[in-house]
Write a new protein. Structure first.
Length: 378
């Protein structure tokens, strides 16, 4: 329970309306239990950190903790999530001779900085660690910036295959494709080397990448229908090599996901020395906006019936636009302080206007020739 669906190998049916999860013996370790999402407890911890110098989480972000729209029936994000889960519980099950992936979709968004960065080999000077990019509760805890933050703690429990879905938090620009909260799905599959190394004419690395590509191409064709796919070299600290998948959809190439062979250091740290595996991560909003033709990312958070009632689980339908507020343009200009960062300004805008602001753009800037001070107009 608690947002963790069991592997089919270990499901035991009791009464018709129940199922229980019998974990292998090695799952019972001295590790603490996975922290599950609890709206009141999560909000309380965020508020308790407000006096810490590292705390940078505005109240409007705190207020949205616990929404969990990825678990709401008939919501576009949930519909895409279910389609991907169905693929791994059915087609992938056949592909891998009965091996399905555990599903975690209710883990707390509060993680340690160590989980979010250090355990994923993200360098100490990486820009993603900046308080202009990440939300910190204090000098130890933060709101996860990606679902990869749970990868190590799950693998340490001996789990060799799983999907993690959840809300992630990043300070970002204001436009129709960006919002400080969005949803990711993470997938991991770990193999014993003798299991994955089936073709002696290829290296283990080639076998892992071949399995990964075959799996993910099948998943994307399941969601988008048969489509043209290409692979692009990329860089992620926790996979080596790293790739991005792009598909040709609606007459353009669209980046769908990032993936790669799990870094050997991560596997070793999680007790999988001598094993190999792959991992992928994707943004659910990006897919849903394309498939449902939803033009503005803010709509996913709408509780307006004109939005909510357009969708049904198991069905992909095109969004029918409606208008509640007429467009209204406002300009603001100010002298820029030395410590200025655009993301700080975006946070200020959001804290005052909520999600009513569709777009914020720098339209002009000026430098005073005498004082050398800069002025921006948005």
């Amino acid at each position: 329970g608690g947002g963790v669906y069991s592997m089919k190998s270990f499901i035991v049916k009791t009464l018709p309306q129940f199922r229980c999860f019998l974990a292998p013996r090695r799952y019972f370790t001295s590790l603490p239990p996975l922290r599950l999402s609890n709206e009141s407890e999560d909000k309380q911890q965020v508020e308790q950190g407000r006096g810490n110098p590292a705390h940078n989480i505005p109240s409007y972000i705190t207020s949205m903790l616990g929404r969990n729209i990825h678990r709401e029936n008939n919501h576009p994000i949930n519909i895409i999530k279910q389609q991907i889960e169905h693929y791994f519980q059915n087609e992938y099950l056949s592909l891998e001779n009965g091996v399905s992936l555990n599903i975690y979709d209710n883990l707390s968004p509060i993680v340690s900085i160590k989980q979010n960065f250090d355990e994923l080999l993200i360098p100490s000077d990486h820009p993603s660690r900046s308080p202009n990019d990440a939300y910190y509760i204090d000098d130890k805890y933060m709101l996860r910036a990606h679902t990869s933050a749970h990868q190590n703690e799950i693998m340490r429990r001996g789990d060799k295959g799983f999907l993690v879905t959840g809300d992630v938090y990043r300070r970002d620009t204001i436009d129709i494709t960006h919002f400080p909260i969005f949803h990711q799905m993470e997938g991991v599959r770990v193999f014993d080397r003798d299991t994955i190394w089936r073709d002696q004419n290829k290296s283990v690395r080639e076998c892992v990448l071949q399995n990964m590509k075959l799996t993910l191409e099948g998943m994307v064709n399941k969601v988008f229908g048969k489509t043209q796919i290409r692979w692009v070299d990329a860089y992620f600290p926790f996979t080596d090599p790293s790739l991005e998948m792009e598909i040709y959809f609606n007459n353009e190439w669209l980046e769908v996901l990032g993936c790669g062979k799990v870094h050997s250091t991560l596997l070793k740290n999680c007790g999988f020395s001598g094993s190999d595996g792959w991992a992928f991560g994707l943004g659910l909003e990006r897919l849903a906006m394309v498939l449902f033709s939803i033009p503005d990312i803010r709509l996913f958070w709408s509780q307006d019936e004109r939005f909510v009632k357009q969708f049904r689980s198991g069905s992909i339908v095109k969004f029918t636009p409606y208008s509640k507020y007429p467009p209204c343009f406002k300009d603001i200009s100010f002298w820029v302080p030395e410590t200025f960062h655009e993301n700080k300004f975006y946070e200020l805008v959001r804290s005052i206007s909520g999600d009513l602001v569709e777009d914020v753009k720098l339209i002009d800037k000026f430098t005073n020739s005498e004082t050398k001070r800069d002025s921006h107009c948005y």
